[in-house]
Design a protein around this ligand. Structure first.
Ligand SMILES: NC(=O)c1ccc[n+]([C@@H]2O[C@H](COP(=O)([O-])OP(=O)(O)OC[C@H]3O[C@@H](n4cnc5c(N)ncnc54)[C@H](OP(=O)(O)O)[C@@H]3O)[C@@H](O)[C@H]2O)c1
Length: 347
């Protein structure tokens, strides 16, 4: 079966993407590079060709917290074999892996969007990925010390030079998106959006719909929680157990919120993951935004399962029941102790 494709502005990608972050050790228990590539190969064979990585994903170099790009290096041998089948997206701008795990980190400056840094990081990603051009290059977080126009201006230079095909922005506000889009067309915004993280629906998603910018929902399965397969014990050893939503205080309340998803999943004969993704796609359709979620898994059979969302139709009554999940959820989605780290904290 050929997987359907979706246009994010002027970029055509598989209608479901693959978030590569958790192939590395971020949630504990990452895979070795060979096993991670085997999962990716299986996903591409199944039709998931839109791969999402970042310069800060993967094991850091010993003694450093900078963007080591080891997740990009893991993907490189696969790209050497299958470049033409894949749309590769990567990111720059977060200066340390610890921030991806919600830790404070040792870097004095958590984000960097200076024009010289943009170029340096793009060249490093191209080198590590072993490709001539990056299909979609994202600013991972706006840098409060650099006007977004300057950062995007430098990213636009990379497009002019043929090093990057399309531009994206992660966790921008509607206002930041509008300013950036005025400098160079933005192809996609990537921010957290799921059954339990809906703040972007207020301003960012409508702004994307209005400007014709695509949306790439990250952590669409709530970092695994919405699948109903996690237990307190299974997250105890990784940073999720210290987040507001998966910590001890909120676990029981959020497990009850999850019951709503499980009820609908049982009713339609699908899994929680498929229902969570189908809800998201239908929500995007109703809002008039073109959206491609990027769930991640270490297991190819789970990615095949996730593809089932593309064939699942939810009734408006089921959509309404699922809409009720967010109101029952305890704890905010921000994993960093700085409200400005996510777009709604700056709106
Ligand atoms: N721009 C940003 O700031 C940002 C932030 C976070 C993430 N992201 C991107 O978004 C991608 C996805 O986000 P995420 O990894 O945080 O969260 P997610 O996709 O919501 O959830 C991933 C977790 O769900 C589990 N899973 C996946 N499919 C499953 C299924 N069918 N049944 C049961 N469990 C399943 C996986 O565990 P197993 O491996 O055990 O299957 C994995 O640990 C990342 O890889 C990254 O590319 C971007």
């Amino acid at each position: 079966m050929t997987t359907p494709t979706t246009r994010l502005a002027d970029l055509e990608v598989s209608s479901l993407g693959f978030g590569c972050m958790a192939l590395s050790h971020v949630y504990g228990g990452g895979l070795d590079d060979g096993a991670a590539r085997a999962t990716l190969d299986g996903a591409i064979d199944a039709g998931i060709t839109f791969l999402d990585t970042a310069n800060v994903y993967g094991e850091p170099r010993p003694g450093t917290d900078g963007p080591a790009g080891t997740n990009e290096e893991m993907i490189a041998p696969l790209l050497a074999r299958r470049r033409e089948e894949v749309q590769i997206a990567t990111k720059f701008g977060i200066t340390g892996l610890s921030l991806v795990r919600g830790e404070v980190g040792t870097n004095a400056r958590p984000t960097n969007g200076e024009p010289s840094y943009v170029r340096e990081q793009a060249e490093a990603s191209l080198r590590r990925l072993g490709v001539d051009v990056i299909d979609l290059y994202y600013l991972h977080r706006p840098d409060p010390l650099t006007p977004i126009e300057d950062t995007v201006g430098a990213m636009a230079d990379l497009v002019q030079e043929g090093k990057v095909r399309h531009l994206g922005l992660s966790e921008v506000t509607a206002d930041e998106l509008g300013r950036a889009h005025g400098v160079h067309p933005i192809t996609a915004v990537q921010s957290e959006w799921s059954l339990w993280s809906r703040d972007v629906e207020a301003r960012v998603v409508p702004a994307c719909a209005e400007l014709g910018v695509g949306f790439v929902p990250y952590s669409p399965l709530g970092r695994g929680f919405l699948t109903g397969t996690l237990t307190r014990e299974s997250v105890a050893a990784d940073f999720r157990s210290s987040t507001q939503r998966m910590g001890d205080d909120a676990w029981d309340a959020n497990a009850r919120a999850l019951d709503l998803v499980t009820e609908v999943a049982n009713e339609v004969g699908a899994t929680n993951a498929q229902v969570a993704l189908a809800w998201l796609l239908e929500k995007a359709r109703q809002t008039g935004v073109s959206a491609v979620p990027i769930p991640g898994s270490r297991r190819v059979e789970r990615m095949r399962e996730n593809l089932g969302c593309l064939e699942l139709t939810l009734t408006s009554a089921q959509m309404q029941r699922l809409d009720g999940v967010a109101a029952l959820v305890e704890g905010g989605r921000n994993i960093v102790d700085d409200p400005a780290w996510i777009s709604s904290g700056r709106e």
